[in-house]
Structures are given as structure tokens and as C-alpha cells.
Design a protein around this ligand. Sequence first.
Ligand code: F6P
Length: 328
Amino acid sequence: MSTPIKRIGVLTSGGDAPGMNAAVRAVVRTAAFYELDCIAIYRGYQGLIDDHTKIMNPRSVNNIINKGGTVLKSARCLEFRTLEGRKKAFGVIQKHNIDALVVIGGDGSFTGAMIFQKEFGIPVIGIPGTIDNDIFGTTHTIGYDTALNTVIDAIDKIRDTAISHNRLFFVEVMGRDAGHIALNTGVGAGAEEILIPEENMGLDRLLESLNRSEKSGKSSSIVVVAEGDKTGKNVFEIAEYVEKNMPHYEVRVSVLGHMQRGGSPSCFDRVLASRMGVEAVESLRAGKSNVMVGLKEDQMILTPLSKAIKGKSEINENLIRVSDILSL
Ligand code: F6P
């Protein structure tokens, strides 16, 4: 019988994502609902090692549900990758009598949580927070929906100037090594081509497709390129290659960058984060550990962290087909 949970620690780790604050709020308030203590740990695992902590209450998370970023801040922490660092972290866990940990982050953060649990026995629950949506065990990660809408808005704006100048734009989007943001925003923004790491269409096929678009009367085009795409060395090299082979086309590049991580979370992300925060605390109370909360067919599910980390979030092949047909 696992020891009853009386005090939960919560932290955010890895790249921030819109909706993380809604998840923090849900963890803090659900803990209070079940008369558990909740301790915030600032700046991810580094803050745990440095004992950067604060006791929370329902009022501590007022007015954050609509805020982008993470009020607990985040940091990438090399020290936590060492046993020495994890021992220091566990000393802080013991000092504050923390019985369990909720980690809001991506697969890198979950890897650390899993090792920490194995070494020190502290129950951990993962909440998937990353705009990449590249985590196995959930159809949606917190921040993904907001990022899609941020990117769509940016591409719509870029399309205005592409049309005005009969230009071909290459727009690079985030996703580290997953093409989910690129594929969905490419279809949603009506891009002529979408380059994702899960597929390698090659530069010649890209040229053929752009020439076909132009022959069919398109005077401007948008190509969405995932940052992890392998077609060329990078988006600038791809653009240069096309410019050389289609000299009559004015080509420009727009790298959207970290703006995709910011902004007020969408309603979808706020609701998703709230549900996941409640599920995480209730799972800990039910004696669960080493699992990640996920969404599947509108239900909350639990996936072992080992599977969430190793698994791959499959690209939607049907969506690639839709994109090929509609970019005619
Ligand atoms: O994992 C989220 C993410 O935004 C990726 O899409 C991107 O490649 C990476 O983080 C950027 O990392 P950093 O914030 O350290 O520059």
C-alpha cells in the first residue's frame, strides 16, 4: 500500500507552452480541493536543486489561466542529469516533506522524472506541455492548439504581402523534429507545399510542384517548412535553390521562431490543461505513479512514462493526402 499523498510538488520544465499556467492552476486548486498541500518549484529541476520553492494556495493561482508562458518559469538543467544533482534535488524534496511530484513538460522532462522516481521512489505524474505535440500517449499536448492558431494568423498575414508582390514565401515553423505544426497549419493556411521531417519529397519534386502551381495560374505561393525538415540544409538553402531554378519568381523567407511559444492560451488549451491538472492529482491520490496524463477520444488516459518517452506521435498520413489534393 503506497503512503498517502499529503504534499505535492509541481514544476514546469523544458520549452514553455501556452496553457502551462492553466495546468499549474488546476494542480494547485485540485490539491486544495482534496486538502493536500501544494508546493510550487520554480525554474524546473534547477529550482528543485536550488530549493526555489513556495507553498501555494488557491489564491496563489488567481488570474493566470489566460496567461501565456509559465509563472513557475522553466529552465533546461544539466545538473539534474547527474546523480549528484538528483541527490541534491531529493534533499529538497525531503526537506519540504514532498510526497509526490507533478512535472509539466515534454519528453526530456519526463525522462528526468522517470530516473528520479527510480532512484528515490518519489511518485511522479507527467502532464504533456509542449507546442510540438510530439509525445506518445495523447492526441494533444498543452500549447499545441494555441501554437497552431498563432502560426495560421502569421501565415495569413504573410499571404497578404505574397499576393501583393507575386512572391513565393518559405515560412519556417517550430516542432523541433516533428511536423505536426507544419502539416496542420499548412493545410489550414492553404499552403502550396508543406515540408516535414516525416517525409522527404526532395528539392526536385518541390520544384515540379511549384512549377505546376505557377502553370495553373498561381501568381504567389506559400511553402510551410518544419524546422526539422531534411529536404535541404535549412529553409534558406531551400529558398536559394528554388530562386536559382525559378528566376522569374521573387522568393522570401520568414522564420516564425519563438513567437509560436507565446500568447494567451486558446480555450481548447485552457480546458485541456485544467482537465489534465485535475487528473494528475486524482491519479496520485489513487496511488498511480510514473505515468503521463493524456487525451484520447475526449477522455483522460494514463500512459506509462517509459512508453510516452519512447513512443512516437505518428504524423497524420490522411492529412498529407488532403494537402496534396487541395494544393492543386
Ligand atoms: O520543444 C518546443 C520547442 O519550441 C521546439 O519546437 C523548438 O525547436 C525548441 O523548443 C526551441 O528550444 P529553445 O527554447 O531552447 O530555443
